[in-house]
Design a protein around this ligand. Structure first.
Ligand code: SF4
Length: 290
């Protein structure tokens, strides 16, 4: 059985940056390090940080004096204000720079009088955070929701960084029916732009796709969706979920991994798949074309 790996895989720039920032704070001996909301959508990586003494907190009320990290997905200005009100002096903002761009465009469009539309997932922390920068903004995630919008003089849209570009195109096409002036900032990040086409390309060449990453990770779920339209696909978090029968009669298996999946988990999955097939020949990496 041949294993093809879609590249890039594992931590994206923003997630790696946020984990490195936490590791640096640990090395510097900062006290009572807390992360507001999951710093990455991967339970295994969160567990590793917890083992080093980092605490995950999900509400402002839980926050204790010490150091508080703002996750890569960002938070609204309201959350920053509440953290300061709570007397937290050591706030480390680990918001990914690509997410910052989305927030800044949302703010600018709102200031310029546009009805701001955030094309994203309604309950995703990133979309909710960006919404906080544009009072009165609306999050929509489907063509139907775009169709249901009221007509307004001008619409300004930003996009959750990890959405599938083709799905966004369809929503944007609908927005053109809702205002005379429509301005769209395509804030899908570079990591997403590279990862999804790479996964698709591998899916086209294999019999089965395994997508590795947190079940709560939006970008991993979308990789699995994209691949499942092409070939049978399983979305797993760890090697323990693999089943031998999935691989019976398979000649080529593809692997893709989300932006918040640690490298060690991907390696464990690759090794486990190799063991499931005694005839395993080789592992090839398919680089995405920029
Ligand atoms: S997926 Fe993109 S926007 Fe999100 S953290 Fe990674 S690089 Fe940043």
């Amino acid at each position: 059985m041949e294993i093809l790996i879609a590249e890039p895989k594992g931590f994206c720039f923003g997630v790696k940056r946020s984990i490195d920032m936490v590791e640096k704070a640990l090395k510097e001996g900062k006290k009572n390090i807390q992360i507001f909301g999951p710093i990455v959508h991967n339970p295994q990586q969160i567990k590793l940080l917890e083992e080093k003494g980092v605490k995950m907190v999900n509400s402002i009320d839980e926050i204790q004096p010490g150091t508080v990290f703002v996750r890569a997905h960002g938070v609204s200005p309201e959350v920053f204000r509440k953290l300061k009100e709570k007397g937290v002096v050591d706030i480390i903002d680990a918001t990914c720079p690509f997410v910052k761009v989305e927030q800044e465009y949302a703010k600018k469009l709102a200031e310029e009088g546009y009805q701001v539309i955030i094309i994203g997932e309604k309950n995703h922390p990133e979309a909710l955070g960006a919404q906080g920068y544009a009072p009165g903004s609306i999050i929509i995630g489907s063509v139907e929701e775009a169709r249901a919008l009221k007509e307004v003089p001008k619409i300004g849209a930003v996009v959750q960084t990890t959405l599938e570009p083709e799905a966004v195109d369809d929503i944007v096409a609908e927005l053109y029916h809702k205002a005379k002036e429509v301005r769209v900032f395509n804030t899908i990040c570079q990591s997403t732009k590279m990862r999804q086409p790479a996964a698709k390309k591998v899916a086209e060449q294999v019999d089965l796709m395994i997508v590795v990453g947190g079940k709560n990770s939006g970008n991993t779920r979308r990789l699995a969706e994209v691949c499942s339209r092409i070939k049978p696909t399983y979305h797993i978090e760890t090697a323990a979920e693999l089943k031998k029968e999935w691989f019976e009669g398979m000649k080529k298996v593809g692997i893709s991994a989300g932006a918040s999946t640690p490298e060690f988990i991907i390696d464990e999955v690759i090794e486990a798949i190799k063991k499931m097939d005694g005839s395993s020949k080789k592992t090839s990496k398919k680089k995405s074309e920029k």
